[in-house]
Each structure stands twice: as structure tokens, then as C-alpha cells.
Design a binder for this molecule. Sequence first.
Ligand SMILES: NC(=O)C1=CN([C@@H]2O[C@H](COP(=O)(O)OP(=O)(O)OC[C@H]3O[C@@H](n4cnc5c(N)ncnc54)[C@H](OP(=O)(O)O)[C@@H]3O)[C@@H](O)[C@H]2O)C=CC1
Ligand SMILES: O=C(O)CCC(=O)C(=O)O
Length: 450
Amino acid sequence: MTNILDVKVNEFMAKVIARNQGETEFHQAVKEVVESLMPFIEENPEYKFSKVLERMTEPERVIMFRVSWIDDKGEIQINRGYRIEMNSAIGPYKGGLRFHPTVNLGILKFLAFEQSFKNSLTTLPMGGGKGGSDFDPKGKSDNEVMRFCQSFMTELQRHIGPNTDVPAGDIGVGGREIGYMFGQYKRIRNEFSGILTGKGLEWGGSLIRPEATGYGAVYFANEMMQTRNDSIKGKTVAISGSGNVAQYSVEKIIEMGGKVVTLSDSNGTIYDPDGIDEEKLQYVMELKNIRRGRISEYAEKYSVSYLEGQRPWSIECDIALPCATQNEIDVDDARTLVKNGCYVISEGANMPSTPEAVEVFLESKILYGPGKAANAGGVAVSGLEMTQNALHLTWSREEVDAKLQVIMKNIHETCVKYGKDETGFVNYVVGANIGGFIKIANSMIAQGYV
Ligand SMILES: NC(=O)C1=CN([C@@H]2O[C@H](COP(=O)(O)OP(=O)(O)OC[C@H]3O[C@@H](n4cnc5c(N)ncnc54)[C@H](OP(=O)(O)O)[C@@H]3O)[C@@H](O)[C@H]2O)C=CC1
Ligand SMILES: O=C(O)CCC(=O)C(=O)O
């Protein structure tokens, strides 16, 4: 028999799909949230009458612009730039910029939508936003990346500000790109202010911001495991990706006594059964952040297996940390992980599991931490960077890390509060969605029908 709530979800989604045609990742992100929230909204009619969810799925503002720049051969290149200003009910728009050839409107809208909930979960005053470009930094010289970033910021600077919209990094945007964009903003506006986070330490950045997403995802896994009197010590961990989030996840897992056996990039996976130790991690950081090489070089250097064109999910592990990109765990990967004994998933990436994969994790009753809760540590420390900028001071590494740990603990508690069912099982998807929603929804109602 069809459930009345399913009918309502389907009706809601039919409207979202009709208004946002072809934006499949956005539909996916919205559906997951609507499925979690529909029972809660039915029980709390003030949210229904004020159409909060309908308003939350419509960005407050979408900015799209041309980015022209000149490559090293003197040829003009044209890319498209975006900024999605999704929701400012609880603070200035906040969220990363992604530079990757797959970037399009639908992907950025899914990211901005998820970001609004994630930022609310941190308890810090940050609204949701996301942006980027279909520019591909791979294979470009530093000068080409600089010219692109300068052109991108020449337009973006009109739309951002420390109390308006504060972008940061995401895929393809790290310290180098943030530096070039910050320099261009300062040149145009003649103003040194906290308009980006992830800045260099010498010019307004926060200690622990580069580490924060990876560390936070590991802290979140640890919090989930503690509910079963378990810990990371002695566990085998599979990690995907080899960029910012993956690298600092490895660092924290090593520190907490676990063993990381995989890393990957878009070409393939390395499998190191002895584990990636601190020295090997330094090699990965140099390979990826300075030489900008491929992870296959790790396999050659340390004589371990390289699984060309494959993701890490066939490797036996206790804990999986997807830290690459959206939809990188499909239903078959999820079944393989569970069959092989994996019982903790903490998502460093945004929406890395397909809806069918999430269903497998929830049905198996493993500890599954969705990205909007598990990877909130990055934006949380961005929020702390904003606070330090506003106060014109800097906190020590220990202070920032302590605050990050408290924030991750609180996010976990919020998920438990709203996600625990009558059997005692915690559905972290439901918990994160309801926990993130309430603060935004109440603020939107208080601020009128805008
Ligand atoms: N940086 C942050 O603070 C935060 C990041 N995130 C999320 O974490 C994930 C990783 O981001 P981050 O580490 O910053 O990005 P980086 O650019 O530093 O690294 C991305 C990694 O993922 C791989 N990757 C990217 N796209 C694909 C793809 N389509 N298929 C397979 N592999 C891919 C890259 O491989 P290759 O080099 O081959 O492209 C690289 O190893 C993203 O989902 C991001 O949204 C979430 C919260 C905060
Ligand atoms: O630090 C930030 O502002 C954004 C981080 C981010 O892009 C994310 O949480 O997905």
C-alpha cells in the first residue's frame, strides 16, 4: 500500500524536478532531505504553512558569469563561473569553490543545498553557498592558474564580502588558488578583509583549516564508534581520494592508531597492506600538492598494488572514508563493503554514496555518517577563521583543534537527538537533516516570507 508520506514526497519532488530540469544531483540531494523531513514537517504544521522547505530548495540568488583568460600559448580561453547564494537565514553565505571540468549548475546547487544544512549543524552563524567553474587546474602552469583566478575574482568580487558571502576551497581549489583570488580582490577593492577562508597563515588564515575536514571526519567516525564502546585503534581503513580531505584523514587515523591501506585518484587506487605511515604520507603530500602527480607513482615507489580504473571499495576494511567526490560508492560497492565486514562509513566527501548505497548502509544497521554531518569540520574551522579575522587575532593550533573537536561532538549529539528510533538505532541521515533544518526554518519564519 502506498504510504501518504511517500505520496507527499513524490508530489514535492515532481515540482522540484519540473523547476530544475536536468539537475540530477540537485534532485538527489533534495529528495534525501525531503524523505527525512516529511514526517517531521507533518507533525509540525508551522513549517508546512510557511512553506519553508519549498523556499529552501529555491536559491536566494544564482550568479553565472563568463571567465576569459589567456593561456601560456597566448590563446584566449573561456570558462563559466558560478556562485550559488542558497540561504542566508542564519548568516552570510558560506561554502567552497570547486574548479573541475564536471562543474555545472546542478552540481553546485546540490552542494549549496547540502552546505546550508551542514553549516547550521556546526551551530556557527553561517548561511549556505557554493560556487566554482568548469576550469580544470590539472596540467595548467601556475601562471595559467593565476590568470584564471584573477579573471574569476574580477567578477566574483562584486558579489562577496565578509558579511555577505565568504567562499573557500573545494575540489581543485587549495591554498594556491585562494592566494591568487585573495590578491586580486585586494587589488580591485583596496581592502584587506576576510572575504575568503583557507587563507595562508601569514595573511589571515587559521591554523588547522587545511586539516579540519579530514580530522573532523575521523573525529565523527570516532564519536559514532564510541556509541558501541569501540574505537579507531587497530582498525583497517580504506580511504578514497588523495587530495586535501584524504590526506588529513590519513594523518588523523595514523595518530589514533588505525591503519590506512588505500588512497585513490580519478585514474585508480593504490593498495598498501602494510599501511600508509607518516613518511609515506609526506610522500603523498609532496606528490599531490607540489608535483601534482598521479597516485600510481606511490605504487611504483613502494612496490604495492595499483588498481587501474578502480575505486577502493573491494578492499577489506573496518572503516571506509570516501574523500573524493559525489556518487563514488554505488549499490554494488556498498554491498561489497558490508559483505567484507566494513561497519563504519564517515563521509569526508559531499554525497559520495548513491541513494541505493545509503539504503544498504541503513538496512545493515552499520554506523553511517552522512557528509553533511561528518565533513562539517572544514566549514566549522572556516567559521572560526572568520571569527579570528573579525577579532583581529589568531588562536593557537591547540585552541582551534579543541574547538573543532567540541563542534564535531555536538554535531554527533544533534544527530543522535533527532535520529534515534524506538529500537535505539541512530539514523544519522534523519538526525542530520532534521537537526540542520530546525535552526534555518525557525530563522526563516522569524524573518518573514522572503
Ligand atoms: N576541502 C574541504 O575543506 C572540503 C571538501 N569536501 C569534499 O571533499 C571531497 C574532496 O575534496 P578535496 O579533498 O578538498 O579536493 P582535492 O581537489 O584536494 O582532492 C580531490 C580528490 O578527489 C579525486 N576526484 C575528484 N573528482 C573525482 C572524480 N570525478 N572521480 C574520481 N576521483 C575524483 C581527485 O583525483 P584527481 O586528482 O584525479 O582529480 C583527488 O584525489 C569533495 O567531495 C569535497 O566537496 C567537503 C567538505 C570540505
Ligand atoms: O570552508 C568552507 O567555507 C567550505 C567548505 C566546503 O566547501 C564544504 O563544506 O563542502
